[in-house]
Design a protein around this ligand. Structure first.
Ligand SMILES: [Fe+2]
Ligand SMILES: [Fe+2]
Length: 158
């Protein structure tokens, strides 16, 4: 299997730590704790999660998913499509959260519900996505890909 397999799991654990931070920050916000300091903290967490997910999704979409698609053949679309759709939905909510954060930092408090909605959606979407990759997709990849194919995956990493 090699490094990619282990790294993808490790990257999920980092994402879970960031999601924990985000959940805590959202709780403070929900309790009426809106402050410049909290917005700054949220912006840092958002930025870190954005960069990490960008790297992680590229690893999955460029190195792992194409090999699964090649191996599984015709049925691959139905297996991989929901995961790709999750990635797309994640970016939509991340962009919405980023826009709301920027608006709030510029003093436009009307953006508060948008931030709540987007962060709330991320906190549901990403843990579920990670769980399905950890328990279904990655074990399936481990099952179907040969040692040589894991070497090929390693070469395709971004
Ligand atoms: Fe993914
Ligand atoms: Fe993942």
């Amino acid at each position: 299997m090699g490094r990619l397999y282990d790294d993808l799991f490790a990257q999920h654990r980092v994402a879970e730590r960031l999601l924990g931070e985000l959940a805590q920050q959202l709780n403070v916000l929900a309790a009426g704790g809106l402050s410049p300091e909290l917005l700054d903290a949220l912006a840092v967490t958002h930025r870190t999660l954005y960069a990490d997910a960008d790297h992680h999704f590229k690893e999955e979409e460029r190195a792992l998913f194409p090999l699964i698609a090649e191996k599984v053949g015709g049925g691959a679309d139905s297996i991989l499509a929901p995961f790709l759709e999750d990635h797309r939905a994640f970016w939509q909510e991340m962009d919405s959260a980023g826009a709301a954060l920027a608006a709030l930092q510029a003093g436009r408090s009307a953006a508060l519900p948008q931030l709540h909605d987007a962060v709330g959606a991320i906190l549901v979407l990403l843990p579920d996505h990670i769980e399905r990759e950890d328990t279904m997709l990655f074990p399936m990849a481990r099952e179907v890909l040969s040692a040589d194919e894991w070497v090929a995956a390693e070469r395709s990493r971004p």
